[in-house]
Design a protein around this ligand. Sequence first.
Ligand SMILES: *Cc1c(COP(=O)(O)O)cnc(C)c1O
Ligand SMILES: [Zn+2]
Length: 367
Amino acid sequence: MEQFICNSCEKNYEMTSTIWKCECGGVLNIVKDTPRVDMTAWNNYPNSLWRYFETMPFSKDSKTWESVTMGEGQSPLIVLDPIEPNVYVKVDYMMPTLSFKDRGAVVLMAKAKELGVTKVIADSSGNAGTAIAAYAARCNIACDIYLSDETSPKKIAQIKAHGASIKEIHGTREEIAAAAQNAVDSEKVFYASHVYNPYFYEGTKTYAYEIYEQLSGVPDTLIIPVGNGTLLLGAYYGFKELFENGLIDHMPKIVAIQAENCAPLVKAYQNGKESAQPIKNRGTLAEGIAIAAPARSKQILEAVRNTNGTFIQVKEDEILNARAKLSEKGFYVEVTSAVNYAGYMKYKKKAEEKIVIPLCGAGIKSK
Ligand SMILES: *Cc1c(COP(=O)(O)O)cnc(C)c1O
Ligand SMILES: [Zn+2]
């Protein structure tokens, strides 16, 4: 039986389909050793993120994922502009539901299916909800998605199309999460949370494995947007596994980007704090990263500091300008995803620095 361990007090729990946080309030991690990375196994799997199946905490003969996958992962890594040959974009909006959240959702829902779950609940600012709803549909698992009544209508339409039941809430992102968590506890169902459930990060870590294969090595720097930190932590864990297996000789530096109007992690970083204090969201067009109280803030700050990385915050007009600039280069991203390029434009890079910028969500998802 797999175990969870609390990230704050280190209490252990049997992994069941209803547990989602520690009684102390802390977030849970999976109890496991660093996986042994056997690259020769990768070609035994389809060309998707499931190439790295054997690094994930599933039993080796588990086949559940085969009926859940929609071919997610292995997104292109492209030089953004020939005049900067060391700067790449990873086009993670080329996924079944048009955002990188499919990486985490497919692994999380494969686990839910393996556990025999019949209903899941999730809360989201949009893309995680879309991804969970799609994979829940694929698994024949009932799904309720809690979201803000101000969520982009295109994301709501996408979630509805997958047959999920939408719970629209008028309130802050934190109030919406609380409503979902109350429902999880009273209905005793699986909380398919991209924030709390550590299986989600087993999916997002494949972002690192793919970059490693595509570059035949490690980049110097990862630009990563951060709200709840699901891509940031996944990328960190993935490269850490490669490092601990001796496949790379250094960790890439993580440069984390937040919208200035909702930047609790930037504030904590600047003040030398171990974890972030909740702030008030002053409103940002980057709806996908408008997280005022990130539950895994301690892990995010640790990851950035351990890689000698840094934080950058961007203003609303810088975000819109970056979105326009990317479109001029042929890449149409949603507003949230332009934050990454806006952050890159403010980052003082060294000559020849090899940098990867993710394009996280497709342009047609937002206004
Ligand atoms: C979810 C998301 C992010 C940020 O991810 P976090 O897990 O909140 O850090 C960034 N961009 C897009 C398009 C997203 O969907
Ligand atoms: Zn605890």
